[in-house]
Design a binder for this molecule. Structure first.
Ligand SMILES: Nc1ncnc2c1ncn2[C@@H]1O[C@H](COP(=O)(O)OP(=O)(O)O)[C@@H](O)[C@H]1O
Ligand SMILES: O=C(O)C1=C[C@@H](OP(=O)(O)O)[C@@H](O)[C@H](O)C1
Ligand SMILES: [Mg+2]
Length: 187
């Protein structure tokens, strides 16, 4: 399948907030969208480091899950303060907080990159992608299933757009999102 190299019309400036489970492709799609649009991409990991001075993995190991969630909630608030156009990759777990769901809904165009457990496990179950994800020290599929069961309705609740990413390249997902923004702006 070919991907449009040049958008038919300019995409209206937006604050795009990418959400979804770890391994859904938030960082990859965010960077591909940045390359396609020239808009800046801010990743949760980078925002956490900016807010706390410490990488996400170290926060988890040294201060625990509560501290990591707090840092990721702060990162979300930094993301929604950025003037559009901007793209941000939001931590997978922030939807578990009602307050953070409100910040998401009010903060931008929320895109849920939805993927099956099998897709997530295949993408993060091995190699450096797994090493970077402290949550997956047990069996990845078991962890993913448990987390996803609680989060699926919450992602649905906050999403402005849902994109199924299982069979899409990052570039195809970018095109889907940008086409939707253009269409919603009347073009
Ligand atoms: N559409 C895709 N097809 C195949 N692999 C992908 C796709 N999107 C991401 N990946 C791979 O999956 C892994 C996780 O992607 P990443 O962007 O880090 O996800 P997230 O930020 O949502 O946790 C990376 O190794 C990445 O290269
Ligand atoms: O889903 C989660 O609970 C988490 C996902 C990770 O980010 P990615 O979604 O970029 O892997 C990171 O925020 C943290 O380890 C928690
Ligand atoms: Mg990521």
């Amino acid at each position: 399948m070919s991907v449009k190299a040049t958008p038919a019309r300019p995409v209206p400036a937006a604050r795009i907030l990418l959400i979804g489970m770890m391994g859904a492709g938030k960082s990859t799609v965010g960077r591909a969208m940045s390359a396609a649009t020239g808009w800046p991409y801010l990743d949760n990991d980078e925002l956490v480091r900016r807010a706390t001075g410490v990488p996400t993995r170290r926060i988890l190991h040294e201060r625990g899950v509560r501290a990591l969630r707090e840092a990721e909630a702060t990162a979300l608030r930094l993301a929604v303060e950025q003037p559009p156009p901007v793209i941000a990759g939001i931590a997978g777990g922030v939807v578990e907080s009602p307050d953070d769901r409100r910040v998401l809904r009010e903060g931008g165009f929320v895109v849920w990159l939805r993927a099956r457990i099998e897709t997530l496990a295949a993408r993060i179950g091995a190699g450096s992608a797994r090493a970077d994800r402290p949550w997956l020290e047990e069996d990845p599929k078991t962890v993913l299933r448990r987390l996803y069961a609680g989060r699926e309705p919450l992602y649905a609740e906050v999403a402005s757009l849902i994109v199924d990413v299982d069979d899409a390249t990052p570039e195809q997902t970018v095109t889907t999102i940008l086409d939707t923004l253009r269409a919603r702006a009347g073009g």
